[in-house]
Design a protein around this ligand. Structure first.
Ligand code: SPV
Ligand code: MG
Length: 433
């Protein structure tokens, strides 16, 4: 009987190296290709340029491929047990490194029925690396970057965003990864916070840093990164100004702007009712949302309406009434904010909102209610979790300490082990971006 061969393809740019492996694999028997879902692929390599459905078609049309099947996770286990291939083939580049647990599981699963893992030498040909570098560059172009937030939301259900306020913090959000279950966990998006952008300029978070300066920050981040950007648009300003903001953000490749339903001198929400803040009327805020939606040109840009009712203690009913009205006015997402330590009012809002609206994405900023895990938020129906200020809050105490130590010691030797090494700084910032 003809043998079966299973191989997973985790690329969207097929080059000679892949074809060479396919040619070898098909000689062993009937070749089944497993295609990683967008979510699994993003957790392994980079965000796919070509969505899952199109990658399926691509592989179906490669000569020598008998069948193409979905592999939803990085783990091969389910598909190996389902298709019982005689051979699984892979490059030998997973023997060490973060994929080690996946490889181990493949070997153990194959052992249960006598299957075999065949590994071919991995090609380090620079021309293949150049192809991948080009694909990475494409990820940073405005049209692609803008659309990436919606795609990530569709693929994952819940995405995370980490605050960035400069090129270097953008790079930290872009590159920080941890190994988890044979994959790599990383942030999906960046949050350009008004608080942190203002703080980095030594200014209060009162819409004092003007839009031109805020756009400059976005530009600095965009020049060196590829991840989608969610922009904190404060109140959005005057409706007549907001339409220009929308067009500019969209043109730059930003994916989402969040505007809050307040008027007058805006202060940071984490002050709560300690400072006087006025909520906009539902009618006027709806007008602003509509004007923004009318101004936008592409289909992928999103306007998120942020509701301040819980912060200003206007009550749950007010928050919900506003949420439904803002969605009716065209808001693509809703952000509900709270400064309570317990997540109860956030959970209550999400539950009541989801009773009527199953699909509008819900955004939360768990600075105060920080004990809730991403998994629990997802289970309850939240779609975007923003870590809004932790990088800034971590960075400044470290800098203050080092400054004090140098003053105390009259030299810098004592602080050396508190500082990132020059070598690490150099590798964090690539020369060939
Ligand atoms: C920001 O990061 O600027 C925000 C979120 O708007 S919060 O500070 O919690 O209001
Ligand atoms: Mg803000």
């Amino acid at each position: 009987m003809e043998k079966t061969v299973y191989m997973v393809m985790s690329t969207d740019v097929i080059h000679g190296g892949h074809i060479a492996i396919i040619n070898k694999a098909k000689k062993l028997g009937r070749l089944i290709i497993g295609v990683l879902s967008d979510e699994a692929l993003a957790g392994y390599k980079r965000f796919p340029l070509i969505p899952y459905e199109e990658r399926i078609v691509l592989y179906q049309n490669i000569n020598g491929v008998s069948e193409v099947v979905e592999q939803k996770t990085l783990s091969y286990k389910d598909n190996i047990l389902k298709y019982k291939p005689d051979y699984v083939v892979h490059g030998d580049n997973w023997v060490n490194g973060f994929q080690e647990p996946i490889r181990k599981e493949v070997i153990e699963t194959l052992k249960t029925y006598g299957g075999e893992l065949i590994e071919y030498p991995h090609s380090d040909d620079p021309k293949y690396k150049a192809i991948d570098d080009r694909a990475r560059l494409e990820l940073s172009l405005p049209d692609f970057r803008r659309a990436r937030l919606k795609r990530a939301l569709d693929a994952k259900g819940l995405i995370t965003a980490m605050e960035a306020h400069s090129g270097i913090t953008g790079l930290i959000v872009e590159k920080t990864m941890v190994e988890e279950n044979g994959g790599r966990k990383q942030f999906d998006a960046m949050w350009v916070s008004s608080l942190c952008d203002s703080t980095s300029k030594g200014k209060p978070d009162i819409e004092l840093v003007d839009m031109t300066s805020r756009f400059r920050t976005i530009d600095d981040i965009m020049e060196v990164t590829t991840k989608p950007i969610i922009f904190d648009g404060d109140t959005g300003g005057l409706k007549e100004h907001f339409v220009y903001t929308v067009r500019t953000l969209e043109r730059m490749g930003v994916s989402m702007v969040i505007i809050e339903d307040k008027i007058g001198l805006k202060k940071n929400s984490l002050f709560g009712t300690e400072v006087k803040q006025t909520q906009d009327s539902i009618e006027d805020f709806c007008e602003k949302i509509k004007a923004g939606k009318d101004a936008q040109k592409s289909k992928d840009f999103m306007i998120c309406a942020r509701i301040e009712s819980l912060i200003l203690e206007a009550g749950m009913e007010d928050a919900l009434t506003r949420a439904f009205a803002f969605v009716d006015a065209g808001a693509d997402a809703i952000m509900i904010h709270s400064r309570k330590k317990e997540p109860d009012e956030i959970f209550e809002f999400v539950e009541k909102f989801r009773e009527k609206d199953k699909k509008t994405p819900i955004v939360v900023v768990p600075t105060s209610f920080n004990t809730v895990t991403e998994e629990e938020f997802k289970e309850r129906g939240v779609n975007i979790v923003i870590y809004a200020n932790q990088l800034t809050r971590a960075g400044f105490p470290a800098m203050q300490n080092v400054a004090k130590e140098i003053l105390k010691n009259h030299r810098a030797k004592e602080v050396d082990d508190k500082c990132i090494s020059i070598k690490e700084i150099i590798t964090l910032i690539p020369e060939d971006y």
